[in-house]
Design a protein around this ligand. Structure first.
Ligand SMILES: [Zn+2]
Length: 378
């Protein structure tokens, strides 16, 4: 069983305990991006201190440098990055498509230019699965065809939609081949630790279809009929409005099966988080909270964005958010001190602001976990 102790709130929201091979995680949960294996500027202990349960790492970046074979040799992501808790890798697709505007899609895979060496490389669905298994993440994502939604032609959306499902089949074949000697999450031993049997990671299939509601529903039906452990919603937060994103999530909310975790890829303002969670999403990742924090932008009460380098904070004794229980606020770092550190170029400022922003996201998640109306898993 992937989930236990599931409770519900609102029409479609739910809380629960997600069982991964690296430990249990309470949901809903926000997952910070540890792009190169670690959340920028934070130690694993500082990340845990914010309440974060899962860290996401980027397959694309780690594949290019230092390479999955180096990481595998050094104990996988857990050993290499010194992280004990669950880790998730994305498929590498998002970075291939977003960082190389000349990336060339064929039925075989995607060719792109290595930004370090200039060499032409290729990621195929099989290669993405191989890399992610070598990296040793506990949850991995099938390789999908992503397109930007702004000005996307309907025929391009349909083309990416069809290719995503063809690639999913190839991902599943490769995944089964490489994990045939491991037990899956439905095995009673999966939750037992220590366990002599090798456990495989969970595989997520990706729902595509742009802003076309019927395509999105069809994609979800295809993914849920496939042999995957989790449902990922891809291709959002790539140029559409918040209302357009909400429309897609609202359309999908009644259609999820209850047994699998639902992961919304790359979405992450506090407002987006609430929309997603109230529409049945269990997990979200985004680089935004920590990237913003490193650039002095933090969330205060009621989601107000504050720029800590602002002159008005020069003599401000208050913490970022009065009453916040994060390390930065609770231990008394003032806005004036943080402003000074940012102005001085001290990376401590980015670390302290990142701790606050992550905790801000996790406090929203935790507020939903207070709901306890029981729900069944079918
Ligand atoms: Zn705080």
């Amino acid at each position: 069983m992937v989930f236990t102790k599931v409770s519900r709130f609102g029409l479609y929201g739910r809380t629960g305990v997600l069982h991964t091979r690296a430990g249990d995680v309470l949901t809903p949960t926000f997952m910070p991006d540890g792009t190169r294996g670690a959340v920028k500027g934070l130690t694993p202990q500082q990340v845990i201190g914010t309440g974060v349960g899962i860290v996401l790492a980027n397959t694309y970046h780690l594949h290019l440098n230092p390479g999955e074979q180096v990481i595998k040799k050094l104990g996988g992501l857990h050993g290499f990055a010194n992280r004990k808790g669950p880790m998730l890798t994305d498929s590498g697709g998002f970075q291939v498509f977003s960082l190389d505007s000349h990336a060339k899609v064929t039925e075989e895979g995607v060719k792109f230019k290595d930004p370090i060496s200039g060499d032409i490389r290729m990621i195929t669905p099989e290669k993405s699965i191989q890399i992610q298994l070598d990296l040793g993440a506990d949850m991995i994502v099938a390789f999908d065809h992503l397109i930007g939604l702004k000005d996307a032609k309907p025929e391009d959306v349909k083309d990416a939609f069809d290719r995503t499902h063809r690639w999913l089949e190839r991902c599943i074949v490769e995944f089964k081949k490489l994990t045939k000697d491991m037990i899956g999450p439905d095995d009673p031993l999966y939750k037992v630790e220590p366990c002599k049997v090798k456990k495989r990671p969970m595989l997520f299939g990706v729902v595509q279809g742009g802003l076309d509601i019927e395509l999105r529903k069809k994609s979800l039906r295809i993914i849920q009929a496939s042999d995957v452990d989790g449902i990922a919603i891809g291709g959002l937060s790539v140029g559409e409005t918040r209302e357009e994103m909400a429309t897609v999530l609202e359309a999908l909310a009644p259609l999820y099966d209850a047994k699998r975790p639902r992961f919304l890829l790359g979405v992450g303002t506090p407002q987006d988080l609430r929309i997603a969670v109230e529409n049945g999403i269990d997990m979200l990742d985004c680089v935004l909270p920590t990237r913003n924090a490193r650039h002095s932008s933090v969330w205060g009460a009621d989601d107000v964005r504050m720029t800590l380098t602002n002159e008005k904070y020069k003599e401000d004794r208050d913490s970022i958010e009065v009453g916040c229980d994060c390390y930065t606020c609770a231990s008394g770092f003032s806005r004036a001190f943080l402003r000074h550190q940012f102005k001085s170029g001290d990376p401590l400022a980015g670390t302290l602001a990142s701790i606050h922003n992550l905790r801000y996201m996790m406090r929203i998640c935790e507020s939903y976990r207070l709901f306890t109306a029981p729900a069944t898993i079918s």
